[in-house]
Design a binder for this molecule. Structure first.
Ligand SMILES: [Zn+2]
Length: 102
């Protein structure tokens, strides 16, 4: 099994050193045809739900780590390397993606 080639901090992070989930809009637009910042995530750590834009994003790429603003559980990881994007969604129960104005 190939492992996620991530070099950004995962287990340790500085609590104040984050940006909101809107910084994921550009990188995710390479993968998805819709803007995912409005998609609703459900955290596997605490069960809270909220728009992807409210996640706390640590790291500046190529590894971006998005944590739950309530319990700091890692909800999403995105790693961009030449020719490949790795998206790790194991920290979210689901992504509810609004389509056609929904
Ligand atoms: Zn949580």
């Amino acid at each position: 099994m190939t492992t996620l080639p991530i070099d950004a901090p995962y287990d340790t992070y500085e609590d104040d050193a984050y940006e909101d989930g809107n910084v994921l809009a550009g990188p995710l637009s390479e993968v998805f045809a819709v803007d995912l910042t409005a998609a609703v995530t459900t955290c596997t750590g605490c069960g809270s739900t909220g728009p992807l834009a409210r996640l706390r994003v640590y790291g500046r790429g190529p590894g971006l780590i998005a944590r739950c603003p309530h319990c700091t559980h890692v909800v999403l990881r995105l790693v961009r390397s030449p020719g490949t994007a790795w998206l790790d969604l194991r920290g979210t129960v689901s992504l509810r993606i609004p389509l056609d104005g929904g």
